[in-house]
Design a protein around this ligand. Sequence first.
Ligand code: M1P
Length: 254
Amino acid sequence: MSPVNEFAQRTQPDTIVLFDVDGTLTPARLSVSQEMLDTLKELRKKVVIGFVGGSDLSKQVEQLGPDVLKNFDYCFAENGLTAYKNGEAMATQSFINWIGDEEYNKLVNFILRYIADMDIPKKRGTFIEFRNGMINVSPIGRNCSHAERNEFEKYDLERGLRKKFVADLKAAFPHLALTFSIGGQISFDVFPTGWDKTYCLRHVQKEGFKTIHFFGDKTFEGGNDYEIYTHPDVTGHSVKSPEDTMRILAELFP
Ligand code: M1P
């Protein structure tokens, strides 16, 4: 069914607007504001809307609210490896099926040994988060507090710990077509090359949208919004904050 039929009540049914989450719809790892929710509600009268985040769905529910599957037409967690349309799950693939247990175990063993040898002031828990479409690796561990996460980000910025970790992983596993993406404050994502945020486009392109907008804050080369922001089928918008997102939306969709 073309979007014109399916979303006929919108004034521009063949336009979809996709948003990154952290730094675009919400402050990093924090909750969405009521002002943003109201803006999206109004926007949805005009166009079809979706989000595409690197995090898994449970974190996006924390940030965007328990009604997230109802408030967005498309929800793409883990770059679209977990996908929902109108609240219903769409067919997708998994990282573990792609890599297989043998190579996966080698990768995980290397990462855990590497973290064990890292001399950093604080280590907490959940150093590897196993997700559907990727793994997420954090030297401090995902169980750190908000204050500890801010401290680690600063410590890492000064020393380039994650950059070196990624370079060492690339050197150790050159035969695996993996991409390592530093998208947040304390971790990096590891996924098959091509499973970046452009992955979600395969879900929407086949539905016949004529215009695809994308809003993101990490649109620079190496940032986890770069590939989708520069994709030839996408009109990209680079933002500095959720306020910036709302300002551009008001200009584009008055
Ligand atoms: O959405 C950006 C990133 O957000 C989190 O990163 P961090 O915890 O390091 O701030 C993670 O969920 C990561 O997977 C994601 O890419």
